[in-house]
Write a new protein. Structure first.
Length: 308
């Protein structure tokens, strides 16, 4: 798939809190409140009308049910009003495909690190295969939950990433890699138990260093198993300079190339869903209304890939 990804607009309005983590229902209410204005702003910035739109795409899953349903209802409504084809796409694959398109990565191992999920994924024989994944919580969830205990708002990742480079004393924490899979909950519990007994910045440094070393180990093992020579980091945690630094060193030692999209394409964004919908539509994809229900546990390896 050699089509050029020319993003005309990538508008958004993220749900944030000053204290505490994400609240699914409040996030969905935020989607409902801001959705119309974000869509209007995107059309205005792109300078196009509905007559120029080929397909209405939406994230069918995975994700938070209340938020997914708001997006799906909006997409169905726009599809019916403007008589446009509808296409539900896999959120994880959308991260990978816009990452490939915007960085030039050809056939990478994708380290998909987000709040809701963490997987090491690579294309093989007509599908994106999951080489390894978290067995409990996503690494972004780990960072946000730990940040909540420290009184940081949502998302906590950017603050913890800054503290990573300001700390420096390593505090030993559980390192849980099970073959190609990862477990983060024990790391979270151990780190939270040390709050108050040491520097917040040292603890943040130690938590990130341990979690990201786990991710890097499994990614390196997937590179070796697949004989691929590229790593693409995607998902909200891909914006972490600490993670990029660690994976970059590993890639350098293995003579592999590392790719990271611009931050606007790392975090959840509308452009990646639009791009994935356009790719699939141009290769014969379309979703009927009867098949457009959201799928909170929609796995990347359930989708047939006919565009590579």
């Amino acid at each position: 798939m050699d089509e050029k990804c020319n993003v005309l607009a990538n508008e958004g309005h993220s749900f944030k809190t000053e204290r505490g983590g994400i609240h699914p229902q409040k996030a969905a209410e935020h989607h409902l409140e801001k959705g119309t204005s974000v869509i209007s702003a995107a059309l205005e910035k792109a300078g196009v009308g509905w007559e120029k739109v080929d397909v209405i795409s939406f994230a069918q899953g995975p994700g938070l049910g209340p938020c997914l349903r708001i997006g799906a209802v909006a997409a169905r409504t726009l599809s019916l009003i403007h008589n446009k084809p509808l296409l539900g796409v896999n959120h994880c694959i959308a991260h990978i495909e816009i990452g490939r398109a915007k960085t030039g990565a050809k056939d990478p191992i994708a380290l998909y690190a987000s709040g809701g999920n963490t997987q090491i994924i690579g294309y093989r024989n007509g599908k994106y295969r999951v080489f390894g994944e978290t067995l409990d919580i996503g690494v972004g969830n780990l960072l946000d939950s730990f940040g909540r205990k420290l009184g940081i708002g949502f998302p906590a990742g950017p603050v913890l990433d800054k503290w990573y480079f300001e700390g420096g004393k390593f505090i030993e924490l559980p390192y849980s890699v099970k073959g190609m899979d990862l477990v983060f909950s024990g790391l979270e519990t151990a780190a939270e138990q040390k709050i108050g007994g040491c520097s917040k910045k040292d603890l943040a440094y130690s938590l990130l260093h341990t979690a990201f070393a786990m991710l890097t180990e499994v990614t390196e093992r997937a590179l070796a198993q697949s004989a691929k020579s590229e790593v693409l980091i995607v998902g909200g945690v891909a914006a972490s300079k600490a993670l990029q630094q660690m994976v970059s060193r590993m890639c350098s030692e293995r003579r592999a190339k590392m790719f990271v999209p611009d931050t606007q394409f790392c975090v959840d964004n509308g452009a990646m869903i639009a791009w994935q919908g356009l790719i699939e539509f141009r290769h014969g994809g379309e979703t009927q209304l009867a098949d457009s229900a959201v799928r909170q546990r929609f796995r990347a390896d359930e989708t047939g890939v006919n565009w590579i």
